[in-house]
Design a protein around this ligand. Sequence first.
Ligand SMILES: [Zn+2]
Length: 127
Amino acid sequence: MVAMTTRSCPCGRSEPYEKCCGRFHSGAAAAPTAEALMRSRYCAFVRLDAAYLLRTWHPRTRPVRLDLDPAMRWTGLEILGTTDGSAFHTTGTVTFRASYRGGSLHERSRFQRIDGGWVYVDGEFLD
Ligand SMILES: [Zn+2]
């Protein structure tokens, strides 16, 4: 497992995992905003939770299977901006930088709300 230096959630928020993304991963709650879903998906990458990633992927763009690389060491998530994506919207975007040992991923992701739950549609690489 990923070694944690603090008890805060891997997504970068100060709450412990169980009170943050863990609620979404377990299915106890649904991410209320596109940003919350984005954070929980980053956190799922950290925790190698491929099932959660597939479950929160739009059926139209979802890969058949997802093989996560256990050697990948994610080191942090920075949310750079959002558009829409609240409880009052059906679409939204989240621009972020996700860092890993040796590099980072700068992306603007598109999200859609289906049956009340946010799902990831696709993303555009920046830089
Ligand atoms: Zn979290």
